[in-house]
Design a protein around this ligand. Structure first.
Ligand code: FES
Length: 321
């Protein structure tokens, strides 16, 4: 689980615009030591400052496989409607110090006995590019499809094409994008599907794969961090039953961050609604579930919620913590 002990002191080494809205950042360790090893699909939990001055954390996938050096690369989409973390990242200059949790991997590559299928949407390219680079370096076959709005909005276009990937531009209309039924038509033993991108695209890929017979344990997905925030989020109040606190969660804060800032010591791990480590019991109020861990039955029951991503449909929640 995350904690202060896994924090890395980093320095921005270089900043490269990839598109009008996406920048690549090469980060290096501040002490020159090699970075901890990581596998394709891993991300850094970068500590950012949001527009309201509150600290926050953003998960940025690593775009290149670990090479034993003191450097790594991430890419960041600036989201003007977000809480300000990505805009803060975009303002960084070479030489700026950064703190980040050591790489974690909640989206591991499953090479299997058949060529893996990699599907990326938008900024979701970063972990899949890392996987493709790793597979290519090992001369292992794979299939790689990447959907973006337009050529101008496509980060790493030449890199993906050089790896044999297919790039599809949908003009902002997913129905003109990847033909999922054709792409996923033939699941086969040992072939694993990996998808990362916006929520709607990931959901469409996962739903289509299930409908076409892909086993759940052969379908692996990750949402990029910004996909968790939704327009129109309202503040809500939380009372913690056992620790006796009453807290307010602002629209640009996660419940988990508010609990931590209040001095509680909640369990958490992925911060993306995947692992279930942060699940707590709900005593009063109606959760607004945004995780991928709880079952549809558990979500309908409303007796638990993931503090890292979920919010409230009611003005107040009472939690058994
Ligand atoms: S920390 Fe993993 S689901 Fe919340």
């Amino acid at each position: 689980m995350n904690g202060a002990s896994d924090m890395l002191a980093l320095v921005v080494d270089s900043v490269t615009p990839l598109t009008p809205a996406i920048k690549a950042f090469v980060l290096r360790s501040a002490n020159g030591e090699p970075l901890p090893p990581f596998a394709p699909g891993a991300h850094l939990g970068v500590q950012v400052v949001q527009a309201n001055g509150h600290p926050g954390q953003r998960a940025y996938s690593l775009a290149k496989p670990h090479d034993g050096s003191d450097r790594c690369e991430i890419a960041v989409l600036c989201e003007p409607q977000g809480a300000g973390g990505s805009a803060w990242m975009h303002a960084l200059q070479p030489g700026t110090a950064l703190a980040a949790h050591a790489p974690r991997n909640d989206f591991a590559l499953h090479a299997g006995s058949a060529p893996p299928l990699l599907i990326a949407g938008g900024i979701g390219i970063t972990p899949l590019l890392c996987m493709a680079r790793s597979l290519a370096a090992e001369a292992r076959p794979f299939d790689f499809v990447y959907a973006t709005r337009s050529e101008e909005a496509t980060a790493y276009l030449h890199e993906v094409r050089a790896l044999g990937g297919t790039v599809v531009h949908d003009g902002g209309d997913p129905s003109r994008g990847i033909d999922l039924r054709a792409l996923l038509a033939a699941p086969m033993p040992g072939r694993h599907l990996h998808v990362c991108g916006p929520r709607g695209m990931v959901q469409a890929v996962v739903d289509t794969a299930r409908a076409l017979g892909w086993p759940d344990d052969h379908v692996h997905f990750e949402l990029f961090a910004g996909a968790i925030e939704q327009a129109g989020d309202a503040p809500f109040e939380v009372r913690t039953l056992r620790s006796g606190k009453t807290l307010t969660v602002a629209p640009d804060q996660s419940l988990l961050d508010v609990l931590i800032a209040a001095g509680l010591d909640p369990l958490y791990d992925c911060r993306q609604g995947d692992c279930g480590v942060c699940v707590v019991d709900v005593v009063e109020g109606v959760p607004d579930h945004r995780d991928h861990n709880l079952s549809p039955r558990e979500k309908a029951d409303g007796k638990t919620l993931c503090t890292c991503v979920s919010r409230a449909k009611t003005p107040h929640l009472v939690l058994d913590i």
